[in-house]
Design a binder for this molecule. Structure first.
Ligand SMILES: [Zn+2]
Length: 260
């Protein structure tokens, strides 16, 4: 996690804990009725973590890690297809016989149907990342459904995992409305275990250091083959060339079966 983001998270957690402790002290020393404030803060805090932290899902609906014990890891690519980056990524994956999951955006897939076809034909998992990459946690039922369906129409046929399609929410933000829609429409909500912050434009060597730090049995990596500006993000390709041989040297298998 980049330092600026880490500092932001530390600040928010510090602020939250300060408010929580203060409200507990007020209820103890001022009026016991005030205990309602820390209780509300606690419930609100848990709900906000549920919305914004992809790995926190007490309902068990979000898939964010592979089963442990097989030394399997998975590569997932978000925000493509990109006319420059995605073909290079596909070339590298082909060269090393790696299968991955591509969470594609509908509006980009509309522009580059040949790349979508190539992803499918080369045996990768084609998955839905919404149409416009709008954050969905604060949107209505109708809006969320249209984002999923518009993208679905462009990407069809989507790959199936245990008979279900895969959806990854933009930025990983989720809520109960989104989960209800996904269940009704035969989707799995796919999160990830570790991102390497490749979209911040870091050098491949830095990405490699981050990925090796997070490399462990069962990890689902989040990478990006698409950015806001086309052609940006080639750092991921250079990183992959270095990372794949190292992963294999260390005895890990790269799988596209996110439920395995
Ligand atoms: Zn995304």
């Amino acid at each position: 996690m980049p330092l600026t983001v880490r500092l932001k998270v530390i600040f928010i957690v510090f602020l939250y804990l300060s408010l929580f402790v203060l409200s507990v002290l007020l209820s103890v020393y001022l009026n016991p009725v005030l205990i309602a404030i820390p209780v509300i803060l606690l419930v609100l805090g848990i709900y906000l973590v549920f919305i914004f932290y992809p790995k926190f899902d007490p309902t068990g609906f979000t898939l964010y890690r592979l089963k442990k014990g097989k030394n399997n890891i998975a590569f997932t690519f978000d925000d493509g297809p990109d006319p420059f980056v995605t073909p290079v990524v596909l070339d590298i994956l082909k060269e090393y016989s790696v299968k991955a999951t591509f969470f594609c955006l509908g509006f980009k897939a509309e522009k580059y149907p040949d790349i979508i076809r190539r992803i499918r034909e080369e045996g990768h998992i084609l998955a839905n990342h919404g149409y416009s990459h709008t954050k969905l946690h604060n949107k209505s039922y109708g809006f969320i459904l249209s984002e999923i369906e518009r993208s679905e129409k462009v990407l069809e046929p989507l790959s199936l995992l245990n008979g279900k399609r895969l959806f990854r929410s933009p930025h990983g933000f989720k809520n109960f409305t989104l989960m209800k829609i996904l269940k009704r429409n035969n989707y799995i909500l796919a999160g990830w275990t570790r991102g390497i912050w490749d979209s911040d434009g870091s050098e491949p060597e830095i990405l490699l250091r981050r990925a090796l730090h997070y490399l462990e049995d069962g990890v689902i990596f989040l990478f990006h083959d698409g950015r806001d500006i086309e052609g940006r993000g080639m750092n991921i390709a250079e990183f992959l060339r270095k990372f794949i041989p190292l992963v294999r040297e260390k005895g890990y298998n790269i799988t596209d079966n996110l439920s395995g």
